[in-house]
Structure formats: C-alpha cells, structure tokens
Write a protein that binds this ligand. Sequence first.
Ligand SMILES: N[C@@H](Cc1c[nH]c[nH+]1)C(=O)O
Length: 345
Amino acid sequence: MRLTTEMLEAIRPHGYDRVSPPLVEFEDSLVSRLAGTQAQDLVRLIDPLSQRTLALRPDITAQVGRIAATRMAHRPRPVRLAYAGPVLWVRSRQVSSARESMQLGAELIGSDHLRAVEEVLMVALEALTASGASGISVDLTLPSLVDELAETRWPVADLAAVKAALDGKDQAALLAADGGDYAFLIDAAGPVGRSLARLRAADMGANFDARLQAAESLADLAGRYGAVSLDPTERLGFEYQSWAGFSLYAEGVAGEIGRGGTYTIRHPDGSEEPAVGFSLYVDPLVEAGLGSLDTPRIFLPLGTGSEVGSQLRADGWVTVAALFDEDTAEANACTHVWDGAPKAL
Ligand SMILES: N[C@@H](Cc1c[nH]c[nH+]1)C(=O)O
C-alpha cells in the first residue's frame, strides 16, 4: 500500500488525475475498447439481474480508455489520468504464479506523438524510482513494426507464421515461412546503440527512418535512468500497443515490473483516438523487499498510560499495546519495549 501511494504521488504532480474504475464490468465493454485487443481469457461471471456476462478486469488501461471515450469525451485533449487497483488473470503473467496483482499507472489520451511518449516514459521511470527500485533497465520495442513492414515494404503470404518465427527468434522457421527479408530483425535485438545501427543498415525505407529516430530519442531519455536495450519484434505483453512500447526492469526484482506504449482507443461512434500510457505491477517490488519499512516498533506493557502511546506515535513510532499479561515484545515483532523510556531489544 505504501509503495502504491508513493508511486501515485510521483505521477500526480505531472497533471494526472486519479480515476477508480470498477473491478468488474460487462465483458463487451472490457474487451472492445482498445483497437487490436484479441479475444482474451477472462475470469467471467453472470450478472443475475441482466443475465449478461461480467468479467473481472485483467488490465485497467482499457477501462481508462472507456472513461476517456465516454464520461470525459467532452474534455479538451490530451486527458491525463492515473489509476491503481487489483487486476485478475486466468493465467499468471508474472514470475510468481500469482493470478491477482496490484496494477498502477497513467494514461495520456489524445496523442501518441513522440513528445507524449517521452512524457509517459519519464513519468513511469520517476514512479519506479520513487518505489526505491535501483539498477533500472528499459527494453524498448516497436510492436507494430512487422505489420507495417509487411504492408508497405516486404509483403508475405503468411504473416502469422513470420511473426511466430520472429517471436521464437527462429531463423529456420522464418526462412520456411518465406520471411527471409525479416531475418535482420532477429540480430537487431540487443543494446540500443548496436540495435539501431543494425536497423538503419537494413534500409527499411524513409517512413521507418523517422521511427528509428524516435526510438533513439526514447533511448536517450531512458538512458538517464539506466541501461537501455531494443528488441524491435518483442510482442509478448504488447497485444494492443502500436508504434512504441517499453518494458521496465530493476536489479533484484524478478521479471518485468511494468510496461507501456502507444495504442488506439475506439469511441462509441466508431472514431478512433491515439493514446499512450504505462502500467507498473507492485507485487514484484514488494516481493523484492522494497515495501518493507524500518519504522521502529515499540511494545507497550499492560498498564502503560495511553498518553505515552499517543506521544510515541506522534514521534513516528509504531506502538503495539499488550492486551494480556502473557503478551511479549518478541511475539509482536517489536524492536523496542517501553520501560519509562524506549528500550532497544
Ligand atoms: N496496461 C498495459 C501497459 C500499458 C498501459 N498503457 C499502455 N500500455 C499492461 O499492463 O501491459
């Protein structure tokens, strides 16, 4: 809870207003809001009143998209919103096998311009820093790159097979799928300097030069916080993101802590709106011990006056009052005991 509050507090002063979408929504409104979302495994239940299917949210971003497209449709753009709350998955997405996780983040709705992505990436990195995480690293990705190349540069008969081969970084499967043009993308994954040099050498065409330039700007920004790599075809976890995506890691924290990127929101009238945002997952940080506090904890033996406890708490102590004679400081994990004055144990 403390970590969540600290990270939200790092986001708020950048102008992001907090919203609190519900844990459960009608299934159709959860899955149809973001362009490119695939049918997903959701924890579902039936609403006894309407008999319609409800689903527990696996991600808050789509809900924030709904709020921006409906309740806040009239607000001038961009709209900046922040959120925190539990999400639930059918299958775990984290290193631990937990299926529930605390997700928090921010979404900037109305633009997916490089400057908007830079703002969001910076806010994400500031929030992560506020958690106390260190040794941060950022992995950039270009989620829609392969689709766009297939449309404009190197058409392929079976795009799904080419993408699957790229996911597996499998050269042989890529050749078998007639995707030889894309082989350079496999070698292009790695530290961002080398990666960009390889991508530039491949001559993807003028449209993509701007894209690589943008990736370089994002890498420069992220480089102020830690090591940066680029994997141009990483799609896992980037089901709805478009031209830009990023994943965040920190030393001593298992797996990904968060990710973000650009995406498209569908409005009820069929129009589409660009957006960019990020989500952080609090549980991996807590598991890495970042949530634990060293607040001194003092045991108040039976009979200690209530004014003693009040004063200690005002001074920043956590007090644990004995209820019975047999209660002990040790059993209550206290660091001190009150004996006319705090006595260290
Ligand atoms: N909600 C996405 C990350 C994201 C937020 N905004 C855009 N992308 C996730 O958790 O994977």
